[in-house]
Design a protein around this ligand. Structure first.
Ligand code: 2HG
Ligand code: ZN
Length: 438
């Protein structure tokens, strides 16, 4: 009854989708692992409409799942309890690039690749980049503190946000879009990484970085992860290093089968490391000098931009190739680099009969453990991660998938503080119930 009344009221203040066949697109995640349902998708066109929708939901006591590009991989944006979906996709406003401050204001629904085109036309760039750039949105990136491929140089999304505008659970709006780099008038409201549980992000003031168009990219074939870590230690001496991504022979075979791409190297290697440098001046000579000092089994250097993107594809197509193989269990973990070899030695016995595909962001010790078939080994793997001082979620967030294991990465005092913050900002648990802070 309350839901019916809320739906009816929401449809008077914002565009909505109620047709189940259209709404279904908002109810399933990219992997197909999370499948929910909703009576209504609200698609507000501006912050005022978002505030109206939230006010109605608060008055009617109706729970809401905020959603951006729906590229999340932990079930954090899927209405698993029949909630209203609040899609921010129509908030696509992009302000002028402020070259002096190196900032821009973007609506929550701006897709990462659109943001990149906008700021690159002004000679600047956004520091965060990853494979889902054509679908992931600014709001979702902030809500999940997205990481990606350039974290080693520019940090995660958190480091690239100056301020956020958000609608709170009661429909009030808090806005910090003024772009002041210095503003010590109290603490930050913790929207970054809150996964839609504390407020609905509607816009953000983003920090930009210089656009570095001179790039040098190489793919290294290596005998194992220890060799990749040795190479990384040497490559880190390069100020221009921007990317150090790794994958393995099994994943590469899957990607090649899925994409039809030829082998990137003459021979197959157990481990591959994809590195990229970017600088105002051509970084190729310094990268090549360092590569010569490494003991890689094979090195392939990109000749031009097309070649560079071809090499990226071997790494970036892993997610879609794995999805084409089956519905995966995804464990996105981080370990201290020194713990990686020991963890990887133990991993095969922990995952039992599952097919294992492993790739990720080596510089942060961030492994994307993808598993298909067999018994779900999440518990054993995450406990082993915690034993080595790792994180049970490096960059994808906690969502619904990881809540039972959050205590492995966060202390009782931290979890109590999480609950206190949630209670203060969303006392009736209307925002993304069941996610992050159950
Ligand atoms: C990536 O690094 C994403 O490509 C997705 O974080 C990882 O599919 C995955 O497991
Ligand atoms: Zn990743």
């Amino acid at each position: 009854m309350r839901m019916e009344r809320a739906s009816q009221r929401i449809s008077q203040v914002a565009r909505v989708v109620t047709d189940p066949s259209v709404a279904a697109g908002y109810c399933t995640d990219f992997t197909g692992r999370w499948r929910g349902s909703t009576p209504l998708v609200a698609l507000p066109g501006d912050t005022a409409e978002v505030a109206e929708v939230m006010r109605i939901c608060a008055e009617e006591g109706v729970p809401v799942v905020p959603q951006g590009g729906n590229t999340g991989l932990v079930g954090g944006g899927v209405p698993m309890g029949g909630e209203v979906v609040l899609s921010l996709r129509r908030l696509t406003g992009l302000g002028p690039v402020d070259a002096a401050a190196q900032q821009v204001t973007a609506g929550a629904g701006v897709v990462l690749s659109a943001l990149q085109r906008h700021v690159r036309a002004a000679g600047l760039d956004f520091g965060v980049d990853f494979a889902a750039r054509d679908a992931a949105t600014v709001g979702g990136m902030i809500a999940t503190n997205a990481g990606g491929e350039r974290v080693l140089r520019y940090g995660t999304t958190r480091a690239n946000v100056v301020g956020v505008e958000a609608v709170l659970a009661d429909g009030s709006v808090v806005s910090r879009l003024g772009g002041l780099a210095k503003d010590n008038t109290g603490f930050e409201l913790p929207f970054t990484g809150s996964e839609g549980t504390l407020g609905v992000i509607t816009a953000a003031r983003l920090r930009l970085v210089p656009l570095l168009e001179r790039r040098a990219t190489a793919l290294l074939g290596l005998p194992g992860v220890p060799a990749a870590l040795e190479a990384l230690a040497v490559l880190r001496s390069l100020d221009s290093l921007e990317m150090a991504e790794f994958f393995q022979a099994e994943g590469l075979r899957l990607v090649r089968g899925h994409t039809g791409l030829p082998s990137p190297t003459r021979e197959e290697h157990p481990v591959y490391l994809l590195v990229e440098c970017a600088a105002p001046r051509d970084p190729a000579p310094e990268l090549h000098a360092v590569l010569e000092s490494l003991h890689a089994s094979e090195i392939v250097v990109a000749a031009d931009a097309a070649d560079r993107h071809r090499l990226w594809r071997y790494r970036e197509a892993h997610t879609e190739a794995i999805n084409a193989r089956g519905v995966p269990v995804k464990l996105d973990v981080a370990l201290p680099l020194g713990e990686l070899p020991g963890f990887l030695d133990d991993l095969p016995s922990l995952v039992g009969g599952c097919e294992l595909y492993l790739f990720g962001h080596l510089a942060e010790g961030n492994l994307h453990i993808n598993l298909i078939g067999g018994q779900d080994p999440t518990d054993a793997v995450l406990r082993r991660v915690a034993l080595s001082g790792g994180s049970i979620s490096a960059e994808h967030g906690v969502g619904r998938a990881k809540t039972p294991w959050l205590h492995l990465s966060r202390s009782p005092a931290e979890l109590a503080a999480f609950r206190a913050v949630k209670q203060a900002l969303d006392p009736r648990h209307l925002l993304n119930p069941g996610v992050l802070v159950p």
